[in-house]
Ligand binder design. Structure first.
Ligand code: ADP
Ligand code: MG
Length: 432
């Protein structure tokens, strides 16, 4: 089959890499793609916001499956548009994508379907939000309702800060329309966990759990980022919690979607807090996590493309069998190497060295590099974004995978390179 992946991040490189290994794939295109995707497929320069141009490309190149990486085009209805033209798409339509594109919608969905969640309050009036914060005890978790590329949530321990954050979102429109409505949540304590599953609207296939590290610095200090690393599997939860997550969260969510007439085909992602009262859903995403994809996809064996197509075409059950999808027992550790200054401002165009060295030293079933903010300039790979690349290592245990990942990280150099030294060492806790 011919596959087109939409997106340009490390996640999309990981998806492209996994699909390039699927025996059922003949031609693989990525749009717009990046340096890494260009090594495993063909990058195509389409304006992916212009759905008609995506459709025209898909028709001209006899694309059998479009895989949508990021949330923005999904929220904008790209899956509905392409399906309307008879093209198979891995990724939910705009109605399903509301689970991510509106945090208040997602929370109300959890209420309707009895899915465990923190207590929450929704405001679209700045005065009411301020008087709520003034008359309640913190901490307050303040969330912009709409899509904010990971910049929409602030955990506030201080009342003045909470008032400020709410004001700047709602009156100051700090994130544009995404923050004109906010959700204020009860602050939950515990370890976080990412639970993702493949869905074809009827059948659910849970993927291995992962844990990501969101803060910029070691010990979960510093500002929130898009994610500085991840590891999988997560071994600090017992079988019972595992079952609760699959049954009472993932499966209940799919059932709820079905009841509401939403045919959900793609990744269902639950961002969880493991509390003393059990796991609770902080948020849904409607696509692979980044960097979770870089950490989970290398653990899968079998023909992933058949599975994604099965999701797109409502036949996941059969596809799983045909694909022989299996999870490797190995532990995977993914370390993000970022530009100095990220998530603030940073320099671009810095030469990256050591890529060939790593690829010569380690076989691909032990270490893989997934590129994000990197591009080629006159034969030299240079930085082009905040998160530059992900170093993923597989080994028989978490300490061994960590060691291997960091051995590879040390071989890669670029001016100002920043990475966390504790990925997979300590469970991510909430920073203050
Ligand atoms: N109710 C909560 N209690 C404690 N921490 C939270 C809560 N909600 C979110 N957080 C923290 O904020 C982070 C971002 O929130 P999330 O809802 O995942 O939004 P997004 O990923 O869109 O920024 C979470 O990963 C978690 O660390
Ligand atoms: Mg999140």
């Amino acid at each position: 089959m011919n596959v087109l992946i939409i997106g340009s991040g490390g996640r999309e490189h990981a998806i492209a890499w996994a699909l390039s290994k699927s025996p059922s794939v003949d031609n693989l295109f990525i749009s717009p793609g990046n340096f890494g995707t260009g090594r495993v497929g063909t990058n195509v320069d389409l304006d992916v916001g212009d759905f008609a141009s995506v459709r025209d490309f898909a028709r001209a190149n006899r694309i059998d499956l479009v895989v949508v990486g990021p949330e923005n085009p999904l929220a904008g209805g790209i899956a509905d548009f392409l399906r309307g033209s008879g093209i198979s798409v891995f990724g939910p339509g705009a109605l399903g994508a509301r689970l991510e594109s509106s945090k208040s919608y997602a929370k109300e969905f959890m209420v309707r379907h009895g899915i465990p969640h923190p207590r929450f309050w929704v405001f679209d009036d700045a005065g009411e939000a301020a008087s709520f914060i003034s008359t309640t005890e913190g901490p307050w978790v303040i969330k912009a309702d709409g899509l904010a590329l990971g910049k929409g949530v602030t955990v506030c321990f201080d009342r003045e800060e909470a008032l400020d954050v709410a004001r700047s979102l709602m009156s100051g429109r700090a994130l544009g329309d995404a923050g004109k409505k906010i959700v204020v949540e009860e602050f939950l304590q515990g370890q976080e966990l990412t639970a993702m599953a493949l869905s074809d609207g009827k059948t659910l296939y849970p993927l291995p759990f992962a844990r990501d590290h969101k803060r910029a610095f070691d010990g979960d200090e510093g500002p929130m980022t898009g994610g500085m690393g991840a590891y999988s599997p997560v071994t600090d939860l017992d079988q019972k919690v595992h079952e609760v997550i699959v049954r009472d969260i993932l499966e209940k969510t799919l059932r709820g979607l079905k009841e509401e007439g939403i045919d959900y085909r793609g990744i269902l992602y639950a961002g969880l807090m493991l509390t003393r009262d059990g796991p609770k859903v902080l948020e849904y995403n409607v696509r692979f996590g980044d960097p979770e994809a870089q950490c989970i996809l290398p653990r899968l064996e079998g023909d992933l493309a058949l599975c994604l197509r099965g999701c797109a075409e409502g036949s996941l059950d059969r596809a799983l069998g045909d694909a022989g999808l299996r999870v490797k027992p190995e532990t995977c550790v993914t370390v993000i190497m970022a530009s100095g200054g990220y998530p603030g401002s940073y320099e671009k165009g810095v030469p990256i060295s050591g890529i060939e060295l790593v690829e010569k030293e380690f076989p691909e079933n032990e270490v893989v590099l997934f590129f994000a903010g990197a591009r080629e300039e006159n034969g030299q790979v240079v930085t082009a974004g905040g998160r530059v690349l992900a170093v993923t290592a597989l080994a028989g245990s978490l300490p061994l995978a960590r060691e291997k990942a960091y051995n590879a990280v040390k071989m890669i150099n670029f001016r100002g390179a920043h990475y966390r030294k504790d990925i997979g060492r300590m469970p991510a806790t909430l920073g203050r």
